[in-house]
Design a protein around this ligand. Structure first.
Ligand SMILES: Cc1ncc(COP(=O)(O)O)c(C=O)c1O
Length: 386
């Protein structure tokens, strides 16, 4: 089956008399009448569920569906994207080692590395992953490399294929945060990544109504992540798993519309005098364009950014004038939202650190929704008119 069809059907075996939409199994525990039967289920030798922290049918369906779309052996669904990252990083690098990470890392991931991993003895080497020579040098003796398919907020696309090849050469596990692209537009495991994770809060859920994470990889890696998630109590609850699977069913159509809309908005924004710069990986003048057109041939999703000449005052003025877009510190929903990195994703950085990444007082990140593109362009154009 092609990907769009798998997005609609993956994760379930429908038999005669099955409910077409999955039942919600909210129970925390299952009843047994035979001790040997319980023992076999608990050992994983027989299918079934016994305790909600260990497994649940709605979580199972979501895990199988995302694993299918990412072309991985096994999935693990967690209470948030951060829980997925935590369990997967510990599965791949259980003992203190050097973690190489993109310097444009999502702020929450950066905080996890700096405030939890570094004090536990890990060293973190933040790098510009577009500098492949620096990446090669950094892999010597490293224990894990962590990248994001599309960076936040300036939408750069590192060469995952080249990095995966180098990581393999050095025997270093390679974890990719594929949140911004979704498995519809990019499948890092096919490029040679060891594991891939998502904040399913974003595009997989797609409707701004849940917090969840999913990670996918080999049975050995995901099995190791799963036991950590079970031990630390971070598996995803049944209703959020049910909602995330419901969101996943429309992921293919949504990602295509998000991709078309974001490129249309980026091109329209380039025409406005209020703009200092516009960032979208598939704009021909983007430094990421050659890599992005190779790795994301079907579109780059709904994320784009721009820098307003007038700084924070100009951002506030635009925000007060919006009729359709709103300001919200998340992304990937059906509705168009903006984020202001200076006080959201990048607030824990110093102004100097932000400047080094190209994030200024005028930087706005847009999560372009699936509304009619004319309405989105019209809203930004009127909000930015002089
Ligand atoms: C790229 C990326 N990775 C991970 C996360 C963390 O996900 P969650 O908020 O679901 O824990 C986020 C959240 O914004 C994100 O944008």
């Amino acid at each position: 089956m092609k990907r769009a069809s798998r997005a609609v059907h993956a994760g379930r075996d429908i038999a005669a008399r099955s409910p077409l939409a999955p039942d919600l199994s909210q129970s925390s525990v299952h009843v047994y009448t035979d001790l040997d039967d319980y023992d076999a289920v608990a050992r994983g030798e027989r299918p079934g569920h016994y305790y909600g922290r260990n497994s649940n049918s709605n979580r199972d369906m979501l895990e199988r569906a995302v694993a299918d779309l990412e072309r991985g052996e096994m999935g693990l669904a967690t209470a948030s994207g951060m829980a997925a990252l935590h369990a997967t990083m510990l599965a791949l690098a259980p003992k203190p080692t050097t973690i190489v990470a993109t310097r444009e890392l999502y702020g929450g991931t950066m905080a996890l590395l700096r405030q939890d991993f570094e004090p536990a003895g890990y060293e973190v080497n933040f790098l510009d992953l577009s500098d492949l020579d620096a990446v090669r040098r950094s892999l010597e003796g490293a224990g894990l490399i962590l990248a994001e398919t599309i960076t936040n907020p300036l939408c750069a696309v590192p060469d995952l294929e080249a990095i995966a090849a180098m990581a393999k050469e050095h025997g270093v596990p390679f974890l990719v945060d594929n949140t911004f692209a979704s498995p519809i537009l990019c499948r890092p495991l096919e490029f040679g990544a060891t594991a891939v994770m998502h904040s399913a809060t974003k595009y997989i859920g797609g409707h701004s109504d849940l917090v969840a994470g999913v990670t996918v990889g080999s049975a050995a890696v995901i099995g190791a992540a799963r036991i950590r998630s079970v031990r630390t109590g971070t598996p995803l609850g049944p209703f959020d798993a049910w909602l995330a699977l419901r969101g996943l069913r429309t992921l293919d159509v949504r990602m295509r519309r998000h991709s078309d809309n974001s490129l249309a908005l980026a091109r329209a924004m380039q025409q406005l005098p209020a703009m200092a710069r516009v960032f979208h990986p598939l704009l021909e003048d983007s430094p990421s364009f050659p890599v992005a057109s190779r790795l994301l041939p079907e579109g780059a999703g709904g994320m784009m950014a721009f820098e307003l000449k007038g700084g924070r005052d100009a951002v506030q003025r635009m925000l007060s004038r919006f009729r359709l877009a709103s300001f919200a510190a998340s992304l990937g929903g059906v509705e168009t939202t903006i984020s202001y990195p200076e006080i959201t994703s990048h607030r824990s950085l110093t102004p100097e650190e932000r400047a080094e990444l190209g994030v200024t007082a005028g930087t706005v990140r847009v999560s372009v929704g699936i509304e009619d593109p004319d309405d989105i362009i019209e809203d930004f154009t009127q909000a930015l008119a002089t």
